[in-house]
Design a protein around this ligand. Structure first.
Ligand code: FES
Length: 103
């Protein structure tokens, strides 16, 4: 079974945008795309940049440092120079709150 951690109110994630939050010591990026919430690690796999300071377009987050891109649904890289996937987390919404399975 997945262990769910209460991460944030759904309302803290602006529509079609990204925010960075700290959950149990994890730096996590939360994305809202067409009313659905996704979560990944917030630190790029290419260098030390926070994806929450990047640019979200559709399901793609663009890193602010070298403009690499990841698919926020899977964490898979979708544009150079990133080659390594970023960790993505299962999301559950309950009672207006975002729960993440961090392990
Ligand atoms: Fe993210 Fe280089 S640090 S693309």
């Amino acid at each position: 079974d997945l262990q769910w951690t209460d991460a944030a109110p759904v309302d803290d994630v602006p529509a079609d945008d990204v925010v960075g939050i700290l959950v149990d010591g994890h730096d996590v990026a939360l994305y809202s795309v067409d009313g659905q919430i996704f979560a990944t690690d917030n630190i790029c796999t290419h260098g030390h940049a926070r994806l929450c300071e990047g640019f979200l377009e559709g399901h793609e987050i663009e890193c602010p440092l070298h403009q690499g891109k990841f698919d926020v649904r899977t964490g898979q890289p979708s544009c150079a120079p990133v080659t390594e996937a970023i960790k993505s987390y299962p999301v559950r919404i309950e009672a207006g709150r975002v729960f993440l399975a961090l392990d």
